[in-house]
Design a protein around this ligand. Structure first.
Ligand code: ACO
Length: 333
C-alpha cells in the first residue's frame, strides 16, 4: 500500500519586534501609503541584536510543532530546513536545528529554493515518505533577513518588503487514508537567477568579498521588481492549472489556497483569474511582509488557529521566488 505524507501539526514563530511602515519612513524616503498601496504590507517583524541566527527562530517554531504532534525530538528520522538566510555560509541550518533540538543522528538537509522553500520541501519530504526512507519528519522554513537589508533610501525597493519569521510542520508516513500530500508541481528557470539575488559574499566574485564591497554597499539583495511581478503571476497561475488538470479538479473544489506572501496584488490577480472569492485565499502579508520560505507555513499555522483550515479541507499551496523557482502542493488536510 502506498504511504501518505500526512501533516500532523503546524506552527509558527515570529520575533516580537514589530517594525511598521511608519518606522521605516524614519530611516528612508518611503511612506505608509506607498508600501500599503503597492504591496499590502503594514508591518513586519525584525529580530533584535540578541538573535543567534535563523536556527533560533526555526527552533522556536519546531518545538511548538513537536509539542502539537505529541512527538519528542528523538522521534524524528529526517529534518528538512528551507532557508535563504542560513546561520553560517556552511554547514546548513538543518544540522544546527538537529543539535539545538537534541535529535538523533538522523539526516538533516537544507533546501535552497528561496520563496518556494515550503513547496519544494514538502515535495522532497513526500519523496522520502513514498520511498519508505523516513516516517517522522520535521520540515522547518525559517528566515532572518533583516540584517542583510539596506535600510536606507538606496535600498528601499527591497527593504520595505521583507521580514523575519519561521514556520514548522511535522509530517508522518501513514498507510492509506485520504489525508496528506496528494501532488506537487515544481519548476525553475535559472535565466532569472540575477533578476532577484544577493551575490555577495559568493564564489563567483574573485576574492569572495572585499572591504570595498561592504563600503559600497554591494552586500545586499537586489531585484527587478516589475519582472519578478510579471513572472510570479504567470507561473503561479500555470502551477495552479497544472495541479488542477493533473488531479482532475476545478478551482471551486479547492477549499483554501495558501499562496506565498510577496505582494498582495500578485495574490489578488491570481485569485481573480481563478475566479475565487477572497475567503478562499489566505493572506497575512499585512502583518509580516515577505518572510520568504516561511510565509506559507506561517499562513497554514494562522489559518488553523483562525478555523479557516480544518481537517479534510482540500488545500493548494502556490509559490514563486528567486531562482526563479516556483511550484505548488495539493494537500488533503
Ligand atoms: N518607497 C517609496 N518609493 C519607492 C520605494 C519605496 N519603498 N521603492 C521604490 N520606490 C520608487 C521607485 O524608485 C520608483 O520611482 P521612479 O518612478 O521615480 O523611478 C517608483 O517608486 C515606482 O517603483 P516601481 O519599482 O516601478 O514600483 P512597482 O509598482 O513595480 O512596485 C514592487 C515595486 C512592490 C517591488 C513590485 O514590483 C513587486 O512587488 N514585485 C514583486 C516582488 C516579489 O515578488 N519578490 C519575489 C519574492 S522575493 C524572494 O524570492 C527572495
Amino acid at each position: 500500500m502506498e504511504l501518505q505524507s500526512r501533516i500532523r501539526s503546524v506552527s509558527h514563530y515570529v520575533p516580537e519586534r514589530r517594525v511598521t511602515n511608519e518606522d521605516l519612513s524614519k530611516l528612508m524616503e518611503t511612506s505608509d501609503s506607498w508600501i500599503t498601496e503597492r504591496t499590502g504590507i503594514k508591518e513586519r517583524r525584525f529580530v533584535d541584536t540578541t538573535c543567534s541566527g535563523t536556527s533560533e527562530l526555526g527552533e522556536h517554531a519546531a518545538r511548538i510543532a513537536l509539542e502539537r504532534a505529541g512527538w519528542k525530538a528523538q522521534d524524528l528520522d529526517l529534518i528538512v530546513v528551507a532557508t535563504l538566510s542560513p546561520d553560517f555560509y556552511f554547514p546548513g541550518v538543518g544540522v544546527m536545528l538537529q543539535q539545538k533540538l537534541g535529535c538523533r543522528t538522523v539526516p538533516a538537509l537544507d533546501i535552497r529554493a528561496q520563496c518556494s522553500g515550503l513547496v519544494y520541501g514538502l515535495s522532497v519530504v513526500d519523496g522520502y515518505v513514498k520511498s519508505r526512507q523516513a516516517k517522522k519528519i520535521l520540515l522547518v522554513c525559517a528566515e532572518v533577513q533583516s540584517p542583510v537589508l539596506d535600510l536606507t533610501t538606496r535600498g528601499r525597493d527591497m527593504a520595505v518588503l521583507f521580514g523575519d519569521g519561521a514556520g514548522a510542520l511535522t509530517i508522518e508516513a501513514v498507510e492509506g487514508g485520504e489525508q496528506g500530500v496528494i501532488d506537487s508541481v515544481l519548476g525553475s528557470d535559472g535565466s532569472g537567477a540575477e533578476v532577484l539575488c544577493m551575490k555577495l559574499p559568493g564564489t563567483a566574485t574573485p576574492g569572495f568579498i572585499s572591504a570595498d564591497d561592504v563600503q559600497q554597499s554591494r552586500v545586499h539583495p537586489s531585484m527587478d521588481g516589475k519582472l519578478v511581478f510579471k513572472n510570479a503571476v504567470t507561473r503561479l497561475l500555470e502551477t495552479a492549472g497544472s495541479l488542477m488538470q493533473r488531479n482532475k479538479i476545478t478551482a471551486e473544489e479547492i477549499d483554501l489556497i495558501i499562496p506565498h506572501q510577496a505582494n498582495l496584488r500578485i495574490n489578488e490577480m491570481v485569485r481573480a483569474q481563478l475566479g475565487l472569492p477572497p475567503e478562499k485565499v489566505f493572506n497575512n502579508i499585512h502583518k509580516y511582509g515577505n518572510t520568504t520560505a516561511a510565509t506559507i507555513p506561517i499562513c497554514m499555522s494562522e489559518a488553523v488557529a483562525e478555523g479557516r483550515l480544518k481537517e479534510g479541507a482540500l488545500v493548494m499551496t502556490l509559490a514563486f521566488g528567486a531562482g526563479f523557482t516556483w511550484g505548488g502542493n495539493l494537500i488533503r488536510w
